[in-house]
Design a protein around this ligand. Structure first.
Ligand code: DPM
Length: 338
């Protein structure tokens, strides 16, 4: 006798941060679910995280890895909600016990973008005035941009996208911001993108551009419901990237950049570690043929494959000396906090 299928719930509660961008991303997920399961009501429950509440500090100096996820994960663990959505790049590589990523939704544009103050309209990062001030608190962006453009200056900017753009336009403190292209696109602000920075200028953050859904590992009904929302190429690329970062000790605020793509039946992944001043860099890349007929493999098999590729890349940058660079970067961040 076969086991009876798990009954479908009639209401599913979806936890989300309350920023406009977080809600747009959450609705992307609930819209897809509503199409698949018209009989189920998906209810969005919003909450604020530490990362939303502390707005006067640069992210790395708050010194916690789950800034944007903790409160949501608590709600998930006590079953106030059945699933939570995040930007994948805000999800630490080690999740709390009993939690799992059940969806990596099709990745959008993974690059970073330059957003200029209107007075610089027509310029590019290469042509900004000497000592132009770039607003960002990402160690990854600062290290890479310092490396390529040693004459630029950097200043922390926090807050949600709306706040940041307002600060750029009105405070007079910044000549430009660097933000994730996908966030600007999702907000409908494509017109503010002055230049997309390709990986030769700024490698992106692990998981950037993809939306993730986190659930309780033992919630088989919900996890099964979510399966069709996965995009296989996104799962392969992002799993490899996360496995690479995990090898390096993880953390959302680290000077680590990646690039990955599934092309012509192969997975290509590039990864790099930078000193905070951008002067040192260790990088490597791996291209591996995907297993034959990979598109009919299970998600688990694809993840296992991608994890190994990420680990191999992590091992090879560690062999080349990435460890001490990262340790020093972490020490510098800590001493700046004191
Ligand atoms: C993480 C970083 C930043 C966010 C660090 C990094 C940027 C912080 C800053 C891990 N999370 O990228 O090196 O610029 O001060 C964040 C954004 C998005 C998700 C905004 C952004 C939207 C893009 C996406 C903040 N988290 O990066 O401009 O969903 O991938």
């Amino acid at each position: 006798m076969s086991a009876s299928p798990d009954p479908l719930p009639s209401v599913v509660r979806v936890g989300s941060r309350s920023s406009e961008l977080a809600l747009i991303q959450t609705r992307t997920i609930t819209d897809a679910l509503e199409k698949l399961y018209p009989q189920i009501t998906f209810e969005i429950v919003t909450m604020k995280t530490i990362g939303d509440k502390i707005l006067d500090k640069a992210l790395p100096s708050i010194g916690q890895t789950n800034l944007f996820t903790k409160e949501l994960e608590v709600a998930l663990s006590v079953k106030e909600v059945d699933m939570i959505t995040h930007s994948l790049k805000d999800l630490p590589t080690t999740l709390p016990p009993g939690m799992t990523i059940s969806v990596m939704h099709k990745r959008g544009n993974s690059t970073d973008a330059l957003v200029l103050h209107p007075k610089h309209s027509g310029l590019q990062i290469q042509t900004l005035p000497k000592e132009g001030v770039i607003g960002t608190s990402s160690l990854r962006r600062i290290a890479q941009l310092k490396r390529h453009f040693p004459d630029l200056l950097f200043k922390t900017v926090r807050g949600n996208l709306n706040t940041r753009l307002k600060k750029l336009d009105e405070s007079g403190e910044y000549d430009a911001l660097v933000l994730a292209t996908v966030g600007l696109e999702r907000m409908g602000w494509h017109g503010r993108i002055s230049q997309e920075l390709d990986q030769s200028v700024c490698m992106y953050a692990v998981g950037q551009g993809a939306i993730a859904v986190e659930t309780r590992s033992d919630d088989t009904a919900i996890n099964k419901l979510l399966l069709p929302l996965n995009d296989l190429d996104t799962v392969i690329c992002c799993t490899a990237e996360r496995s690479f970062l995990h090898c390096l000790g993880g953390g959302c605020s680290v000077p680590v950049g990646v690039y990955s793509a599934v092309e012509n039946g192969s997975l290509r992944i590039e990864g790099a570690v930078f000193s905070l001043d951008g002067k040192e860099m260790v990088e490597d890349a791996i291209t591996v043929r995907l297993p034959d007929g990979y598109s009919s493999l299970s998600l688990l098999d694809c993840s296992t494959f991608a994890e190994k590729v990420g680990r191999d890349l992590g091992g090879s940058v560690l062999d080349k000396g990435a460890g001490p660079i990262l340790t020093r970067a972490k020490e510098e961040v800590q001493s700046a906090q004191q």
